[in-house]
Unconditional design. Structure first.
Lengths: 331, 331
């Protein structure tokens, strides 16, 4: 069921500028919400992305559409000023034809076109889900007011986004911000992208536990242990578990050092599930970063933790509409 | 003596839009020129930056000022619409207080302020010399019309500049584009910047010959051999010389792969003295780049050679004034 606080309902009733329908699409969860012009999430709801392997592309679309309708119904179907979407990549951008790696039923799926047909007469803007989270952190989070910033989402994968000169950077094909596929170690492990030694190949959540298990950590346990259990063991002094975070922090530190050199970002905001282990990751990250970033301007760059909650994706998606002067270049 | 063609003199006499005084300052050479609004260099002249270790900061400034006066005198002292400068870094930007690594007599030298006093009433804009070369390639060279481009200058050092969203990227402190200090090999050799395994530490010109000599190349010759001789030997089949270019191409390929992932640049323009060896460098560069850049959008990026001549620095410096909407953000 959609959830809305009394305070949020009051704000919606009294404001004259229309809210944005915001959508966040991941491999496992869909989220939709209405976001007010000041970035407050007025109402939101969630659903599973797929119910099983037989789900086809249209079934997923119908589930997403029904979710959007539910949040609109929950607040009396107000007029909206646009639809903003963060969706797992890759995609053709800005066309918004999406092919999420973790959602095989959608291949070149015309997500933006479907949304235009469902919500005619308003702009519909679709971008990468990690980019949406980074935009949220720049608009209303840890990077508010910062003109040159790299945002990272360290989770199942390692995604990101770039804000330079006060604007979201899209790049030649809308794919700027793939910090997870910068090379951390050219002699490192193969990456799912086909490359070698990418930051993601070393620092993504599943790789931390997999690497630790390969070193003998919890080898007697048959079910897959998670980053959370790895963190618990590291805090208890398990050497392999500690080394797993050391290794991830090293890869992230190298990638961040290279990002600062190339883009002169003054701030790096790091979020995502793996980042929630805190100092276990940030201490080695910071230490290795300072080994590689030695020029004056690179030494001045700061690494901070993301501050927004699980609604960050919705807030960022809404900013493609609500703060399009900074976060949307494609129209 | 300044040099001006009859054709250039005619163009200057008939055009109504005033030229720009352009200055290019390196560790060994000073260049000054007048550049017409269409980017043509109307007149230019060169001088040594220092005449000896006793040269103090003011002596260097006087030499530069005299050089500027000579090029102005050569064409009858026309009105200028501004002064554009590319200067070796680092510097405080946009203040234009410069501390070129190879010019110890200038430390926080108020170059921009001196030029403002010498040429009052017009804008004076000072930026990094490698950035100026990259701007020139984007404005009138191999990257003309390209909105998302990385430019590299592979020479005594490895410098660069970033064009994203059709604009020069400056970063938080005017230092964006330091591709030479991205990490190519986190277990690699120390870099002059204090870091480890930077692209520049492996691919800069002097390192190629130094590495080859350490492997036994021309070890019987006492004087330092250059990149040019290394290239001659590589073309003759010398295995160490070939391996030196292979190694440099690898470091450049890794750095470029990371740059594409982060910034989604569709074009990479590579210039500078070392790049003039041609395929010896570009073949391994391209081969290694393709090993690391495996996602669709990264595979689409192209590497090309710079097309402008030694006047590129002057042309780019003039673009800080003549195309300030794209190449100057600081006013």
């Amino acid at each position: 069921m959609p959830f809305m606080t009394d305070e949020a309902a009051g704000r919606l009733a009294t404001r004259s500028d229309a809210p944005v329908l915001a959508v966040d699409i991941g491999g496992t969860k869909l989220a939709a919400g209405l976001v007010a012009a000041d970035g407050q999430v007025l109402v939101s709801d969630r659903a599973l992305t797929t119910l099983g392997p037989d789900d086809d592309g249209d079934a997923i679309w119908e589930r997403l559409h029904a979710l959007c309708e539910r949040v609109l119904d929950a607040v009396g179907r107000p007029a909206i000023q646009g639809v903003g979407v963060g969706c797992s990549g890759p995609m053709r951008w800005p066309e918004g034809a999406v092919s999420p790696v973790n959602l095989p039923a959608w291949r070149d799926f015309p997500l933006r076109q479907r949304l235009i047909e469902a919500y005619p007469g308003v702009p519909v803007r679709v971008h990468n889900d990690a980019v949406a989270v980074v935009v949220a952190e720049n608009w209303r989070g840890a990077g508010e007011g910062v003109s040159n910033m790299l945002g990272m989402v360290v989770s199942t994968g390692v995604g990101g986004g770039l804000i330079l000169g006060g604007r979201l950077i899209d790049g030649a094909s809308g794919n700027a911000g793939h910090v997870g596929h910068m090379v951390a170690d050219p002699n490192g492990p193969p990456c799912g992208c086909g490359g070698i030694g990418c930051v993601e190949a070393i620092a993504r959540g599943p790789e931390l536990a997999a690497w630790a298990r390969a070193q003998g950590w919890r080898s007697e346990v048959t079910e897959a242990a998670t980053t959370k259990e790895l963190a618990e063991d590291a805090r208890a002094g398990d050497k392999i578990a500690l080394q797993a975070f050391e290794r991830a922090g090293w890869a992230l530190g190298v990638g961040i050092a290279s990002s600062i050199a190339l883009c002169d970002v003054g701030l790096i905001v790091v979020g995502g599930g793996v980042s929630q282990v805190g100092d276990l990751l940030f201490e080695p990250l910071e230490r290795h970063l300072r080994t590689y970033a030695r020029m004056g301007f690179t030494q001045n760059a700061r690494v901070v933790r993301a501050t927004l909650d699980q609604n960050a994706g919705l807030v960022g998606a809404s900013a493609f509409i609500l703060a399009g002067d900074r976060y949307w270049s494609a129209d």
